[in-house]
Design a protein around this ligand. Sequence first.
Ligand SMILES: [Cu+2]
Length: 168
Amino acid sequence: MRILKSLALLAAIVPAPAVLAHGDEHEDAHEIQISMGEMYFKVEGQAQGEPLRLEVGERYELVFVNEGAMLHEVLLGRDVVEEQGIPSGYQEHLLREIEVGMEVEIEAEGASRALEVEAFGLEELELDPAVSVAVSFELPADRKGSWELGCFVPGHYEAGMKLPIIVE
Ligand SMILES: [Cu+2]
């Protein structure tokens, strides 16, 4: 699973079909910064624990910033599944079967280097400390409802590293 380990980013992705349009999808996106650390997710400008609110049909760019001292995961989904009694992920993924753009910037020897990924669906990201990734997408109407943002590094979800997502 650790395909992109050298970039400290793990994306469980399916390649985008060639017919998908590229280009202007980052325009007019609502940018929302979400900081993460031990053991929380926090939406910029909101109190800790306040849900992330998203509207269907709107384009978002969620910028995840690992400001903690440990590796953390980003999963967006619902219905927690367990492996041997330990929460290990979600049964259903919020970004399943939709176009997702991802951008990572990494400082290397004083220069900024970028990685961009266009994917169809997204299940999981892993971010080392100080790594940030921007995830852009637009949700269809069938995603309305209650979802969750969670980290499933062993012990983190149980320690409270999760945040409700409300899609309206
Ligand atoms: Cu974590």
